[in-house]
Design a protein around this ligand. Sequence first.
Ligand code: CAA
Length: 281
Amino acid sequence: MEIEHIAVVGAGTMGSGIAQVCATSGYQVTLIDILPAQLERALAAIAQSVEKLHSKGRLSDEQRQAAERNIATASNLSPAAEADLVIEAVVEDLEVKRRTFTELDELTRPEVILASNTSSLSITALGAATKRPDKVIGMHFMNPVPLMQLVEIVRGMATSDETTATALELTKSLGKTPVEARDYPGFISNRILCPMINEAIYALMEGVGTPEAIDTVMKLGMNHPMGPLELADLIGLDVVLSIMNVLHEGLGDKYRPCPLLQRMVAAGHLGRKTGRGFYSY
Ligand code: CAA
């Protein structure tokens, strides 16, 4: 099936970035969120990002216009009935995602692929919430979506070769590079990244170094573009904690979330989005 219309469900940071790259790559997009204020914030963020990329010559005039022209918004799931493919990017909570997949399964045409941007939850479990587990797949974009090259493609136990081939092609048509991973907790990306961040937080808690020292070591010593604590602030400490909980539950004790991470989340210091994390913004 030719893909022309993509529904993106959830207009947070990831959903808005995904909608943006789909629109600038020529797809018709419906960005769906139950909160109108979230949709407004997403459209403003997309406009700002597109302007910046256009001013740097990374988007053409045509792509800039496409971003305006190609994105519609909706505050309920019904426009997904018209979509040729759906990418879900709602809150990282298995029950919420399973409910969303069950509803999408009822609404969309039977041949439509339902992709999830989950960063660590089981694609197999999401597939089992539908009557089309062969058409459920992970398309895990990286933050900030317009700048990051990778999309991790995650096959659930029942995901078909055809669905995988379509997700790989779609990713390439967005100008991104797909990498396939199996459906184990955290896939490849977060199984490796989040324990590193967690370890940096242990180092901070134990007084091994200041946040600046820890981040500088990883930037100048290992050529990482951002230090692990800066990156945790960008990702959101609540997201890092929920991924560590999935790794801990699925893979065992060596993935135990750092108590300082738990305390900071309990205090509401979630990073950039709340103005305070390991740094102040
Ligand atoms: N759209 C457009 N421009 C953006 C942007 C966006 N969404 N976000 C940032 N920028 C711009 C900034 O405004 C800044 O612009 P100016 O130079 O005009 O001020 C520019 O990008 C940043 O450029 P810099 O030269 O400062 O930084 P950089 O060249 O190092 O690139 C970066 C920035 C791409 C974010 C880089 O620091 C980087 O790669 N960081 C690591 C990001 C990362 O690891 N992401 C993965 C997170 S994990 C994840 O997403 C998975 C998960 O499930 C948790």
